[in-house]
Write a protein that binds this ligand. Structure first.
Ligand SMILES: Nc1ncnc2c1ncn2[C@@H]1O[C@H](COP(=O)(O)OP(=O)(O)OP(=O)(O)O)[C@@H](O)[C@H]1O
Ligand SMILES: [Mg+2]
Length: 251
C-alpha cells in the first residue's frame, strides 16, 4: 500500500532521519515504535506531505507521492490525523466532521448563488455521511457538543472519524492513545480493528507497548533516524539491538 525508501531529513545540521525505510501492506495495522527523538513523527510528516524529505522515495500503491500536498495526498487516499486544535474545539463535533469534507460546491460563493439546490444536496449528503460515521463510533449523541468538551479518547475517535470523511485507503495515527483512559484505549483499539476489517490500512506510532502488541503486525523499530528492525511483536521485543536502543548500553 505504502512504501518509504531511504528517507533522509536534517533540520539545520541535525540528522533526524538517515535512510529510513518502511513498507506498509494493504489492510495491515503497521506499528512504528522507537525511543523519543527517533524520527517517527518526522517520518509521518514527510509521508503525509507536510514537510519535504531531503532524499528518498514515497510511493502509495506504486505511485510516487513525494511532491504531493497534504490535500492531494488525501485525494490519493492517504490521510494523517491531527489533534483537535483549540480553534476547532470551539466547533461542534458535527461541524468538525463537515469541515473535513472540503471541495464542496458550497465553498464557492458563485455556485452558492447559481445552483443552491446542488449546494444543499451536497451539504445533506455530507451531514448524512458525518452522521453515519459518528454513529459508528457512538459519538452521534454528542454531535452538537463543542469538540473541546469531549474526553481525550472521544477526541481521538473524532479525529479518526474526521479522517474517514475523506474516504481514505490508509490512515496515519501518531500516538493515538496518548492521554486516553484505559477504557477508551480499548474502544479505540476495537474501532481500528473494525475499520481494518472494512478494508482500511493503518500505520500507528505508539509508545504503549500493550497497544502495539494487541493491534500491530508488523512492527518497525526506529532509532536515531534509521529502521533498526521489523517483525512481529515477539520478534522485536526479543531483539538485543532494540533493547539497546531503548535502554542504552547498560541493557
Ligand atoms: N522542525 C524541526 N526542527 C528541528 N528539529 C526537529 C524538527 N522536527 C523534529 N526535530 C528533531 O528531530 C528529531 C526527531 O524528532 P521526531 O519528532 O520525529 O521524533 P519522534 O520519534 O516522533 O519522538 P517522540 O517519540 O518523542 O514523539 C528530534 O531530535 C527532534 O528534536
Ligand atoms: Mg513523535
Amino acid at each position: 500500500m505504502l512504501s518509504a525508501k531511504n528517507v533522509s531529513k536534517s533540520f539545520g545540521g541535525f540528522q533526524a532521519l538517515s535512510g529510513c525505510s518502511i513498507e506498509i501492506g494493504a489492510q495491515s495495522i503497521t506499528g512504528i515504535i522507537g525511543p523519543n527523538g527517533a524520527g517517527k513523527s518526522t517520518l509521518f510528516n514527510i509521508v503525509g506531505g507536510l514537510i519535504p524529505p531531503d532524499a528518498g522515495a514515497i510511493a502509495l500503491e506504486g505511485r510516487n507521492i513525494v511532491d504531493l500536498r497534504p490535500d492531494e495526498m488525501a485525494q490519493a487516499g492517504l490521510v494523517r490525523t491531527f489533534q483537535i486544535s483549540r480553534e476547532l474545539g470551539q466547533l461542534t463535533v458535527l461541524e468538525n466532521m463537515l469541515l473535513a469534507s472540503s471541495g464542496m460546491s458550497g465553498d464557492s460563493v458563485w455556485r452558492n448563488f447559481c445552483s443552491p439546490s446542488r449546494v444543499r444536496a451536497e451539504q445533506q449528503h455530507a451531514i448524512a455521511k458525518g452522521r453515519a460515521l459518528l454513529e459508528q463510533v457512538n459519538l452521534w449523541q454528542l454531535a452538537n457538543e463543542p469538540a473541546k468538551n469531549l474526553s481525550g479518547g472521544q477526541k481521538k475517535l473524532l479525529e479518526i472519524s474526521r479522517a474517514l470523511m475523506l474516504d481514505p485507503k490508509i490512515i496515519l495515527l501518531d500516538e493515538p492513545t496518548a492521554g486516553v483512559s484505559p477504557l477508551m484505549t480499548k474502544v479505540l483499539g476495537e474501532t481500528i480493528i473494525k475499520l481494518r476489517g472494512q478494508g482500511l490500512t493503518f500505520a500507528i506510532i505508539e509508545h504503549d507497548m500493550d497497544v502495539i502488541a494487541e493491534l500491530c503486525n508488523p512492527i518497525y523499530v526506529l532509532a536515531e533516524g534509521r529502521t533498526l528492525t521489523s517483525g512481529t511483536f515477539k520478534d522485536v521485543a526479543s531483539n538485543r539491538d532494540v533493547m539497546h536502543a531503548y535502554l542504552g548500553k547498560v541493557a
